[in-house]
Design a protein around this ligand. Structure first.
Ligand code: SAH
Length: 254
């Protein structure tokens, strides 16, 4: 019997991988990976058979139950089986379903954490998500729910938190902005959209909650997080300067 590893690949840049993850990848016999994992990260698994099971919202992806089954079957046959996920596997990565399947099948497993998109974006902005006296409550939320899934009140968490990081939200910008404003969040709340954090194609779009729909239109369709809260006040102050090249690039594409 082999062992299965649920490994965080980090937010994008291949050198933002833990040493532990790199060592496991070099020993891997089989790697099931997400669509967003960097080719250089995959290349570390030189011996492994690599299988894309990745998800990008709105596009075709392998059914979760099928991934669970393949993972279990592979771990029964092979020595080192890796499930490589973007960011940290334990945040918005459906890791629990895979963990439950491995437990149920009696397969030994280990989780290797990774750098999640929220902290990668915070690092790129040079803005701490917490701040003494200003922000002691950070919420990681997503408004996106799968078909048939119970909806939760993500907006209540954003309203309560000092700083909010919204995952998988760029495509829902209009709804997010409208709902938060309708429920009393100030339109002037500083907001930054960080797309493709840590990668060369990274984009940072700065504004306020009211600007969100416009900012999202300027984004390029890569993975993006929305950061919201007073800690971002200074980061949006110079937005005119940054917005101009972004807008020009947008107009050139349009
Ligand atoms: N487990 C991942 C999240 C998976 S959900 C993690 O811990 O980061 C996918 C969402 O993560 C994307 O829709 C986007 O909101 C965010 N994301 C992933 N990579 C990103 C990146 N490089 N820059 C900005 N957001 C990213």
């Amino acid at each position: 019997m082999g062992k299965a590893y649920l490994v965080g690949a980090g937010p994008g840049a291949p050198d933002l991988l833990t040493v532990r993850a790199a060592q496991i990848l070099t020993r891997a016999d089989m790697v099931f990976h997400d669509a967003l994992v960097h080719p250089q990260t995959l290349a570390l698994a030189a011996r492994a058979r690599k299988i894309l099971v990745g998800k990008r919202s709105g596009r075709h992806s392998t059914a979760q139950s099928f991934i669970n089954k393949r993972l279990v079957d592979a771990a029964r046959k092979h020595g080192v089986v890796v499930r490589l996920k973007g960011g940290d596997p334990m945040l918005f990565g459906r890791a629990q379903e895979e963990i439950d399947a491995l437990r149920k099948a009696g397969i030994d497993f280990e989780i290797v954490p990774g750098v999640t998109a929220a902290t990668a974006a915070s690092a790129e902005l040079g803005v701490s998500l917490t701040r003494r006296g200003l922000a002691r409550h950070v919420a990681f939320v997503t408004p996106r729910a799968g078909r048939g899934e119970r909806r939760n009140d993500w907006a209540a968490s954003v309203l309560a938190a000092d700083t909010a990081v919204i995952y998988m939200g760029a495509g829902l910008a209009e709804g997010i902005s409208a709902e938060l404003v309708a429920r009393g969040k100030a339109k002037a709340t500083p907001l930054v959209l960080v797309e493709s954090a840590t990668l060369p194609e990274r984009r940072i779009l700065r504004g306020t909650l009211a600007d969100l729909p416009t900012l999202a239109l300027q984004a390029g369709g890569g993975p993006a997080v929305l950061l919201l809260g007073e800690v971002l006040r200074d980061a949006i102050a110079d937005r005119a300067a940054v917005a101009i090249p972004e807008i020009q690039a947008y107009l050139r594409r349009a």
